[in-house]
Design a protein around this ligand. Structure first.
Ligand SMILES: [Zn+2]
Ligand SMILES: [Zn+2]
Length: 119
């Protein structure tokens, strides 16, 4: 509860995955919480409680979610505690990784397509 671990005031952070020094804000001033190169993040905010998390685990991008207004979100899962979070896609996020995550469920369905008949 000391508050000394509050990274929200820092201007840059180092990517836990690829080591890139990332500016904490995009060009238009939006806060970013994941690396634009590899889209990895760090579990520093507790989505449930809304405060800082003690976890600090590495968060891997696992999927794309599309909001009602068409905006894309990156869904992250924490490698340490398994919590899921989502955060907005920034303009300079790696579009190749975003597209790969978006099409992966269609390209590699985890079941034979005949299964649809049994739903
Ligand atoms: Zn990175
Ligand atoms: Zn975690």
């Amino acid at each position: 509860m000391s508050g000394t671990n509050d990274i929200s005031n820092l201007n840059t952070f180092t990517c836990v995955k690829c080591g890139r020094i990332v500016s904490a804000r995009t060009d238009d001033g939006t806060r970013r919480n994941h690396c634009p190169s590899c889209l990895h993040s760090r579990h520093v905010l507790d989505q449930v409680a809304g405060g800082p998390a003690d976890c600090d685990g590495r968060m891997a991008p696992i999927a794309i979610a599309v909001l009602r207004n068409g905006d894309w979100m990156v869904v992250h899962r924490c490698a340490r505690c398994d919590e899921l979070t989502s955060s907005p896609v920034a303009k300079d996020d790696n579009q190749y990784i975003l597209m790969r995550m978006a099409v992966r469920p269609l390209a590699e369905p985890p079941f034979p397509l005949e299964t649809f008949g049994d739903l």
